[in-house]
Design a protein around this ligand. Structure first.
Ligand SMILES: [Zn+2]
Length: 307
């Protein structure tokens, strides 16, 4: 069994909310680790609506400081405090976010019983910004109207798979399987060691989720996102509005598909739709022309990452 690695879409609208869509936010679970990527206005309402756990979020990743990507954050942090949070929160974001948050929280007399640790992104280069034994977070430089980074959450330390046939042949007790998954060898009753390699198979490929928003079409990101399990790429417009996309430093659905195709990603998820589109199907069809395995980010939908 793979560990759960899943994305719940909370917001899909670019710039402004619409009747049916909220600004950007995605809730990511990798086993026992919970991340929030971007935090548009309605994020805490969406977290409540979809029965997600607010206090489990330990890492908040903010791509850039256009309001539709972070205006929900002061409210979210304040609610965490009101609900009695004591665990630290890590906010990975552009450096300018800290004085904004400090001002709002201090003038509003928000009393936090937990620490906020800010980790500042560098919009000019790819970097590994956080490492944990279970995952790593990388940032990807994007080209937008203001400094902006994408994020990659990479699973680390995936377990080995049990070779049931070999284990039965060597009479390994089932209760020992868990240890085998984490690389231990087995000593039998005659004192002979049976190596882990004999009893297990290579583990699942480390899965990766890449979040690329907001950006103009930019093929220079392709090497960073090659072969990822799931790529979320903004697709603000249809390609007939390419001029508008370029002017506002956004991507068309066709271009998002092209990036996914060039990077040979497994699945593409598109979102960040312009408010002008009531029907999203044409965006999906357009991206699919370039990359067949494409899905629409729809609020409340959960996408599993399977290797
Ligand atoms: Zn933006």
């Amino acid at each position: 069994m793979q560990k759960p690695f899943e994305i719940t879409v909370l917001g899909t609208s670019s710039a402004t909310p619409t009747r049916d869509r909220n600004p950007s936010a995605q809730y990511v679970r990798l086993d026992k680790h919970y991340f929030l990527i971007d935090c548009g206005e309605a994020t805490q309402l969406q977290i409540t609506k979809y029965n997600l756990k607010l206090q489990k979020i330990k890492y908040v990743l903010i791509s850039h400081l256009h309001g539709d990507h972070y205006f929900g954050l002061p409210g979210l942090v304040t609610s965490m405090a009101l609900f009695g949070r004591v665990d630290p929160l890590y906010i990975i974001c552009p450096a300018d976010l800290k004085p904004i948050m400090d001002t709002i929280l201090s003038i509003g007399d928000a009393r936090l019983n937990f620490d906020i640790h800010y980790i500042f992104t560098n919009p000019n280069q790819f970097e590994t910004i956080l490492e944990h034994s279970d995952f790593a977070i990388h940032t990807v430089p994007l080209k937008h109207r203001i400094p902006c980074t994408g994020f990659i959450i990479e699973e680390r330390g995936s377990e080995r798979k049990i070779n049931v046939e070999a284990c039965e042949r060597y009479e390994i007790p089932v209760t020992y399987y868990e240890k085998l998954k984490f690389g231990e060898h087995f000593m039998n009753s005659r004192g002979i060691e049976i190596s882990n390699e004999t009893l297990t198979l290579p583990g699942y490929k480390n899965r990766k989720f890449a979040y690329i928003s907001d950006t103009i079409f930019d093929e220079s990101i392709v090497p960073y996102i090659e072969n990822v399990t799931m790529l979320y790429h903004e697709a603000t417009f249809l390609h007939d509005r390419l001029a508008r996309a370029q002017e506002t430093f956004h991507t068309t659905a066709l271009q998002a598909g092209q990036i996914a195709n060039n990077a040979n990603v497994k699945n593409l998820l598109i979102g960040h739709y312009s408010a002008r589109y009531l029907d999203l199907e044409p965006l999906l069809l357009e991206a699919k022309k370039m990359h067949l395995s494409t899905y629409l980010a729809l609020e409340g939908h959960v996408f599993q990452l399977n290797s």
